[in-house]
Design a binder for this molecule. Structure first.
Ligand code: SF4
Length: 350
């Protein structure tokens, strides 16, 4: 006769677990309020980051409502081109291209026209909406500015891609020149909260970064700015960054998960679970409901098999490789988007 495992006093069947530890955090009520034009408070943002894993689907479901209101089921693809690698005089602790990094990354000055055009062709073929032209630098020198001014109109004319330039700190005059040559958007990440900034970089300040974003905004370009989580910061630091991005009015927020690279000061740091990453993405969606939110570097190694869940709150991914690390094959991204029942939104004019 089979043993009745449900009899009081007997142990639970193998493989069963304790009842889920859910909380009473009212994610849906917050989403209702935001859908009606309200906002999330900092305290609520913290409750999201602190919520238990068993609440994750409830959280993503509420965040999905916000995503749907502004982006439906569309996914925007971005393509990164590291136009100049290594050789950077700054000391950002997470970065393999900094002067203090011993990571064996390629080192080259700004690429020639043909290489930049070839990459633009690949970006267009992969269905990317935006070509992100990145150089490793404190800020662009005159030669780099001229190279960008020359190539941007050509890429736009030939491939119709939006151009996002990531060139480091910019003066007002440089921002105006980028706008004049057709750059649509500038990426300049805040990276972490203001309080924590000095822990991850000593060669420039958080205020320097905010100033560059203001120059970009004043020049009439869109601002792309986000950060990296998993660098040892507190929840309050992450929340402070999310609210600063909201106050600055950035249009696009790339959220990276630290891919700790050997040879950098943050080597070996691996604090994030896939659930932590999903909660952070959801919190950014609740704080910045109408902003493009991109799952960026580190998604493959930290979200792993839970990557598709991230797209219930985020609406954008990079397709292809990152600056000095590999991304998953583009076909896997297209399959993931298709399997979710989402669709890639492409190119200018849509
Ligand atoms: S300024 Fe940019 S390229 Fe230079 S070390 Fe910092 S993140 Fe890396």
């Amino acid at each position: 006769m089979a043993t009745d495992l449900t009899t009081p006093g007997t142990s639970a069947p193998a493989g069963s677990s304790a009842p889920p530890s859910t909380s009473a955090v009212p994610f849906d009520a917050w989403a209702d309020r935001i859908l009606d034009g309200g906002e999330l408070t900092r305290d609520e943002a913290k409750q999201i980051l602190e919520s238990p894993d068993d609440d994750l689907l409830r959280l993503l479901s509420a965040g999905f409502r916000l995503r749907q209101q502004h982006f439906g089921k569309t996914v925007q693809l971005y393509f990164l081109m590291n136009a100049k690698s290594g050789l950077c005089p700054e000391d950002c602790h997470y970065c393999s291209q900094s002067k203090i990094s011993e990571a064996p990354v390629p080192k080259y000055n700004i690429l020639k026209r043909d290489a930049l055009m070839d990459a633009a062709k690949v970006a267009a073929e992969r269905g990317a909406k935006t070509y992100c032209l990145v150089i490793s630098a404190r800020g662009p020198n005159e030669r780099e500015m001229k190279a960008v001014e020359e190539i941007v109109p050509e890429i736009k004319k030939q491939y119709g891609l939006d151009i996002c330039a990531c060139l480091g700190l910019l003066s007002k005059e440089q921002a105006d020149r980028l706008k004049a040559c057709g750059v649509d958007r500038v990426n300049h990440n805040l990276n972490t909260g203001e309080e924590y900034y000095a822990e991850i970089c000593t060669t420039h300040t958080y205020a320097d970064r905010v100033q560059t974003l203001r120059h970009v905004r004043d020049a009439g370009m869109e601002m792309c700015s986000g950060g990296i989580i998993g660098m040892g910061e507190t929840y309050d630091d992450i929340i402070s960054m999310a609210f600063d991005l909201k106050e600055l009015g950035v249009q696009s927020i790339p959220l990276n998960f630290l891919n700790s690279i050997d040879g950098t000061p943050l080597e070996g740091k691996k604090d994030l679970s896939p659930q932590d990453c999903l909660r952070a993405l959801a919190m950014f969606r609740f704080v910045n409901p109408s902003r493009e939110l991109r799952i960026s570097g580190g998604r493959e190694i930290h979200l792993r098999t839970l990557q598709p869940l991230g797209l219930y709150v985020a609406n954008s991914v990079f397709v292809g490789d990152y600056l000095t690390t590999k991304g998953q094959a583009p076909d896997e991204d297209y399959q993931m988007i298709k399997d979710l029942g989402f669709e890639v939104t492409t190119s200018v004019g849509e």
